[in-house]
Design a protein around this ligand. Structure first.
Ligand SMILES: Cc1cc2nc3c(=O)[nH]c(=O)nc-3n(C[C@H](O)[C@H](O)[C@H](O)COP(=O)(O)O)c2cc1C
Length: 209
């Protein structure tokens, strides 16, 4: 074999090694992406509404991660119409519970003992505010599940923050503008087992191929 042949053989070997390196990099990226996807789909499918909580405050860092995930929900034209009020103060949490129960005309804790309430409100000046706020609620609940906490959407935020007492709270929190209460995402450590999901209705999905 002459020098030229040896050189071209060496060049071919180097090219093959480089290609195999970049293939395994791609394969790694793909399996990483698959892992994220599988994990995300698992979280979405296994999240359940939790209605019993331990008397234990979740770590601030976990709450911050959940809230951050909430802020990354899509919003109409990217206007970020919602705001999130993360309530860990027991007095305020109890006040919100009381106002919520009063809307139902009942003397119960509609927050099922959860120590944290993430109130989502959205600015009504944006036509998509209700959708935006609902997507934030979805992100919060799924993120809570992803970090190992229980959550549940508790309704009547609209009525609470339309009331004079609710408006007074918004003022206290420095939230000014035409905000509507979208939902309360209660958060905490699940007490006991999460419930099983109901079977999905057979005609939930219609494929049009
Ligand atoms: C808009 C909305 C309002 C809800 N309000 C309440 C509520 O006030 N109290 C409650 O216990 N659950 C509430 N939920 C939770 C639903 O009851 C729950 O999502 C449903 O039963 C399905 O259960 P899963 O979340 O475990 O899949 C609400 C959910 C949504 C989406």
């Amino acid at each position: 074999m002459n020098i030229a042949k040896i050189n071209s053989l060496l060049a071919a070997i180097v090219m093959m090694m480089m290609a195999s390196c970049s293939n395994s990099e791609t394969a790694n990226n793909m399996s990483e992406n698959n892992a994220i996807e599988n994990n995300a789909l698992e979280v979405l499918k296994t999240r359940r509404s939790i209605r019993a909580y331990q008397d234990k405050m979740p770590e601030k860092e976990l709450i911050a991660r959940i809230v951050e995930a909430g802020t990354y929900a899509p919003t109409g034209m990217g206007k970020q119409s919602p705001v999130i009020v993360a309530v860990t103060n027991k007095e305020t949490r109890d006040r919100l519970s009381q106002l919520n129960a009063a809307i139902m005309g009942r003397d119960i804790d509609p927050f099922y003992g959860a120590p944290v309430v993430l109130v989502v409100l959205a600015d009504k000046q944006y036509p998509t505010y209700l959708y935006d706020g609902s997507l934030v609620m979805g992100n919060l609940m799924n993120a809570a599940h992803a970090v190992g906490l229980g959550s549940c959407w508790i309704h009547r935020a609209k009525e609470v923050f339309d009331s004079p007492e609710g408006k007074a709270l918004l003022k206290e929190w420095g939230i000014e503008g035409d905000y509507e209460g979208i939902g309360n995402c209660i958060i905490g450590y699940t007490d006991g087992e999460a419930p099983e999901p109901k079977p999905r209705k057979p005609d939930y999905v219609h494929y049009v191929d």
